[in-house]
Write a protein that binds this ligand. Structure first.
Ligand SMILES: O=P(O)(O)OC[C@H]1O[C@H](O)[C@H](O)[C@@H](O)[C@@H]1O
Length: 300
C-alpha cells in the first residue's frame, strides 16, 4: 500500500453531521473514519487528528476513530488492525431529526477482502451525534446465507477480533488519567506482551503506554484537570489504552513530533475472546462518548 497522500482533508470524501442542538461530526468514507466530533455548546474538537494524517483511498487517518477489523493489532495472520480501515465504505443512510444527526456506512466483502479473509460479511457503522454525546455502533453480519453467489473458500463460521480505536484530543496527556481499570488483567505490549493485573485506579499516563485490558467494566472516564470524557461500551468486553510516547510519534511519518502530548486512545475492543459468527449471525458493539463538563470525574 502506497503511503503517498492522494487527497487532502478537504478533497477526500466525507459526510458532515450537524444536530439541531449544534453537535457536529465529520466522517470520511475511507475507513468509515470519524475524524471530528464537537459536542453541542462547545467549540473544541474532542477527537485528535494529526496534521500529518494521510487522506484518500487506502489510507487510514492518523487520528479520529479507526476501525480495527477483522483483526486487532498484529495478533493474527492479517496485517496490523485488519483491512476495514483501508477500505472505502458506502453511505447507506444520512439523516437528521429533532434530536440528532446520523450516518450509516457499510462495507461488504469483495474480491479484494476475500483474497485476504475468505468470508462473506457485512460491516455497518452507525455514527450519531446529539448534545454532549457521540455514539458509534459497529454491526458485523456473517452474510453467508444471503451471499450464495459469492465464491468463498471457507463456509465455516468466522472468527474475528475488533476495536473502535478513538484518538481523543487532550490538553496534556501526562496530566490525564483513565478511571475504571483497577483490578483488571492486562497485556502489556511494551513488556513483550506479558500479563499483569492493574493495581492503579486512576491509571496515570506517565509516558508511552500500550495495554489491552481484558473483561473491563463498561464505563471508563478519561479525566483531565479541567474536564472529563465518559466512555461507555457495550458488546466489547475489552479496552485498550495507547499513547505512543515521543519515540512512537517520531518513528511514524504520519505523526508530528509532539503529537503524543495531545492525544490518548481509549479503545473499545473484543480481543481476548474472538467473536465467532455462524452464517446468518450478527454481532453489535457500541461505544458511547459523552463530554462531561465538570472538573471532577462523575460519580458512578
Ligand atoms: O500505528 P497503527 O497501526 O495505527 O496502530 C496504532 C496502535 O494501535 C493500538 O492502540 C495498539 O495497541 C498499538 O500497539 C498500535 O501501535
Amino acid at each position: 500500500m502506497s503511503l503517498s497522500p492522494i487527497l487532502t482533508a478537504s478533497t477526500a470524501p466525507f459526510v458532515d453531521l450537524a444536530a439541531p442542538d449544534g453537535a457536529r461530526a465529520r466522517v470520511y468514507l475511507d475507513g468509515a473514519q470519524v475524524a471530528s466530533w464537537i459536542p453541542a455548546g462547545s467549540h473544541e474538537d474532542r477527537l485528535f487528528v494529526s496534521e500529518r494524517a494521510l487522506y484518500g483511498p487506502g489510507q487510514s487517518l492518523r487520528g479520529g476513530i479507526p476501525i480495527c477489523f477483522p483483526q486487532f493489532g498484529a495478533l493474527g495472520p492479517l496485517k496490523q488492525h485488519g483491512f476495514a480501515r483501508h477500505c472505502r465504505w458506502n453511505v447507506e443512510q444520512h439523516t437528521t431529526d429533532d434530536e440528532g444527526a446520523r450516518v450509516v456506512l457499510q462495507l461488504v466483502d469483495s474480491a479484494e477482502t476475500r483474497a485476504l479473509w475468505p468470508h462473506p460479511f457485512c460491516a455497518a457503522l452507525s455514527v450519531y451525534v446529539s448534545g454532549a454525546t457521540l455514539s458509534v455502533d459497529l454491526t458485523i453480519t456473517n452474510t453467508q446465507d444471503s451471499a450464495l453467489e459469492h465464491t468463498v473458500t471457507s463456509d465455516a463460521p468466522f472468527a474475528f477480533t475488533v476495536a473502535l480505536h478513538p484518538y481523543f484530543r487532550v490538553q496534556n496527556a501526562l496530566a490525564t488519567t483513565v478511571v475504571g481499570l483497577g483490578g483488571t488483567r492486562y497485556r502489556d505490549a511494551l513488556r513483550d506482551g506479558a500479563l499483569f493485573e492493574e493495581t492503579r485506579d486512576p491509571l496515570p499516563i506517565d509516558g508511552p503506554l500500550d495495554r489491552i485490558f481484558y473483561d473491563t467494566g463498561d464505563t471508563l472516564d478519561m479525566v483531565e484537570p479541567h474536564r472529563t470524557l465518559r466512555i461507555e461500551k457495550r458488546g466489547f468486553p475489552d479496552a485498550v489504552v495507547w499513547n505512543p510516547g515521543a519515540a512512537g510519534t517520531s518513528s511514524r511519518p504520519d505523526f508530528l513530533a509532539g503529537d503524543e502530548r495531545h492525544m490518548l486512545c481509549v479503545e473499545a475492543a473484543a480481543i481476548g475472546t474472538p467473536v465467532v459468527l455462524a452464517p446468518g449471525q450478527q454481532w453489535i458493539g457500541t461505544q458511547v462518548m459523552t463530554a462531561v463538563s465538570s472538573a471532577a470525574p462523575p460519580v458512578s
